[in-house]
Design a protein around this ligand. Structure first.
Ligand SMILES: [Mg+2]
Ligand SMILES: [Zn+2]
Length: 273
């Protein structure tokens, strides 16, 4: 195991679209969705859409088939496999839902690479209807976050929890990847020794660019799956090299190491798909 924790958003980060929009468009329910959206939170609209699908005779198997066709950039799975092979702890924090994410990850054969998935509850009930509920029950109480977080989920609170549960003595270092406005709050929670990978020209990028000094973590943008893979592998290498240097330094009581020595360390392995 390395000391690296990688936290991925799901929609437009692991997959290359928004899973809710994909399902609604593929099933031909865009007009109804657009009618409902101004009347209630997104998460509640999706539960209602599932009821509509069910009453139109669309089964959960039909929904799964549509989810199996979801677009994903061809370099994402190799990037996930390489990071896992290098001993990183991979997790997902997503405002989609557990039903979609598990269906898609199982279909792609990559569920086993993730140690934890945090998302809105989603399951198939006794009548065979998919139910989606909020991660944070905003009917009981607000999560109280002032950042642009939807009422059903503050990803910042989830990152706080992960930071508190992974062992402090291990000196864990985080890499957080995301695209949406909801990924801004967790980006602000990262520390100096962490890294944030915002998707270039997406809402989280715009929010970070307004005042980058608010983000303590190092910022490394990416635009597509290919660049995501390149940047992620580079950062994993940098962190591993850092730890290696610290290990050598403490082991040999060396005060300084010349760059030529550091460069002679073996590069972290890159796993081919
Ligand atoms: Mg997203
Ligand atoms: Zn928040």
């Amino acid at each position: 195991m390395s000391n690296i924790v990688i936290v991925f958003d799901f929609d437009k980060t692991i997959i290359d679209c928004d899973s809710d929009n994909w399902l609604i468009e593929e099933l031909g329910f865009t007009d109804l969705f657009n009618q409902l959206l101004p009347t209630m939170p997104w998460n509640s609209v999706m539960d209602k859409m599932m009821m509509e699908f069910h009453s139109h005779g669309i089964t959960n198997e039909d929904i799964e088939k549509v989810l199996h066709r979801i677009p994903i950039h061809h370099r994402i799975i190799p990037a996930i496999k390489s990071a896992y092979a290098l001993g990183c702890d991979l997790r997902i924090v997503s405002d989609a839902n557990m039903f979609y994410i598990e269906t898609i990850l199982k279909h792609l054969g990559i569920k086993k690479y993730f140690s934890e998935i945090n998302s809105n509850p989603g399951y198939v009930n006794q009548e065979g209807r998919v139910r989606i509920s909020p991660y944070h029950d905003f009917n009981k109480a607000s999560h109280g976050c002032i950042n642009p977080c939807p009422p059903n989920m503050c990803k910042g609170l989830i990152i706080d929890r992960i930071q508190n549960t992974v062992c402090e003595v291990d000196n864990k270092r985080f890499i957080y990847l995301g695209d949406g406005a909801g990924d801004y709050c967790p980006s602000l929670r990262l520390r100096e020794r962490d890294f944030v990978m915002p998707r270039k020209n997406f809402p989280v990028w715009d929010l970070i660019c307004k005042d980058p000094s608010l983000v303590k973590a190092e910022i490394h943008a990416w635009c597509d799956g290919e660049e995501l893979e390149q940047v992620l592998m580079k950062l994993i290498n940098v962190i591993m090299m850092d730890e290696h240097v610290q290990f050598i330094a403490s082991d040999c009581k060396l005060q300084t190491l010349s760059t030529s020595v550091i460069e002679s360390f073996p590069k972290a392995l890159r796993v081919q798909p």
